[in-house]
Design a protein around this ligand. Structure first.
Ligand SMILES: Cc1cc2nc3c(=O)[nH]c(=O)nc-3n(C[C@H](O)[C@H](O)[C@H](O)COP(=O)(O)OP(=O)(O)OC[C@H]3O[C@@H](n4cnc5c(N)ncnc54)[C@H](O)[C@@H]3O)c2cc1C
Length: 308
């Protein structure tokens, strides 16, 4: 594809990490080009109220926060392109990035294409996301005081999140498709010894049901085939995350979690290529931590570019 333009720095992904990187790179006078991808403002745009991003004591809507980040980065010279990265070539210098609308070259890249929580893919899941269906206990736990909730999953994250939720909820029932957990022994024993945590083994959710918010789950026992509708105040789904690394295949080192491997400067295995936010973070997965990684990546990229 024909090269449209050369840039000192490009930022791939328009979530909190990408827009924060664009703000910092803009203030360093690098005139960054940010490519948003299909989900403008990232995962946070799916939630109507973020209560744990500092500076907003009343909370802030996810899209509202994204819009503010967008405006702030543009004020310092960032250019925003509403397109999707189709391919990158990190083997050549300058690096090449192809979008649907044309190709660019860049001396440095910040990759901030995020991750997607794995979905159950059952009826009602999408409809009730943010209205009783959640993929993040840290984000939404506090909305569940004295509630009777369900957690789908059986790995370390699901159990850690269930234990965290015991601070708020009256009871948490873990729904797991197998008859034993995949989580580590210590976590499992903590969960089994916690009087608020209960288990439904060999069970899957077939449908999420409700009115304004979730009220019931249709579940099925995989051993007996028996289906049952049970009441719930909400369901947390913790069955893993897929970092959006498909367009980078084979070009940059990944971790055992499938996230991009970065050092403390957010630099990847390719010099001059940095990564920030959930695409490089299997642990924290928050707006504030992603934004922080975006800032760090842009500071490192700025130093890198000034050293050329
Ligand atoms: C429903 C929900 C509620 C949440 N609530 C909270 C909360 O209350 N508090 C909190 O701190 N966190 C919350 N989170 C988590 C938070 O949203 C994420 O941690 C954060 O958005 C991660 O930011 P990011 O920039 O790394 O990636 P993302 O937000 O995932 O953004 C990735 C960006 O990359 C773009 N992209 C992907 N592929 C491509 C491509 N090929 N080309 C170009 N661009 C691409 C996407 O379009 C998107 O703009 C919530 C998450 C969800 C799903």
């Amino acid at each position: 594809m024909e090269i449209v333009e050369h840039r000192q720095i490009m930022i791939l992904g328009g979530g909190p990490a990408g827009f924060t990187a664009a703000l910092y790179a803009g203030r360093a006078d690098l005139k960054p080009l940010l490519v948003t991808g299909m989900t403008l403002y990232g995962q946070a745009s799916q939630t109507h109220c973020i209560e744990n991003y500092p500076g907003f004591p009343e909370g802030v809507g996810g899209s509202d926060l994204g819009q503010r980040m967008n405006e702030q980065s543009k004020r310092f010279g960032a250019e925003i392109v509403y397109d999707t990265v189709q391919c990158v070539n990190l083997q050549q210098r300058p690096f090449e990035v192809c979008l649907s609308s044309g190709s660019y070259t860049a001396d440095s890249l910040i990759i901030s294409m995020g991750a997607d929580a794995r979905k159950l893919g059952v009826p009602g899941e999408r409809e009730f996301t943010g209205r009783g269906v959640s993929y993040c206990a840290t984000c939404d736990g506090a909305f569940n005081k004295e509630k009777e909730i369900h957690m789908v999953g059986g790995g370390d994250s699901a159990i850690e999140e269930a234990l965290f939720l015991t601070r708020f909820a009256r009871s948490i029932t873990i729904i797991h498709r197998r008859d034993q957990l995949r989580a580590g022994a210590i976590l499992e024993s903590r969960a089994r010894n916690n009087p608020k945590i209960h288990f439904l083994w060999d069970t899957v959710v077939r449908e999420i049901i409700g009115g304004d918010t979730v009220s019931h789950l249709l579940i099925e026992n995989l051993k007996t085939g028996q289906q049952e509708t049970i009441a719930t105040d909400g369901v947390f789904i913790s069955i893993g995350h897929n970092p959006n690394t498909a367009v980078l295949e084979g070009q940059v080192k990944l971790t055992e979690f499938g996230t991009i491997d970065v050092d403390k400067h957010m630099e990847t295995s390719v010099k001059g290529v940095f990564a920030a936010g959930e695409i490089a973070d299997p642990y924290f997965r928050q707006v504030v931590t992603s934004a922080g990684m975006g800032a760090a990546a842009a500071i490192s990229a700025t130093k890198y570019l000034f050293s050329l």
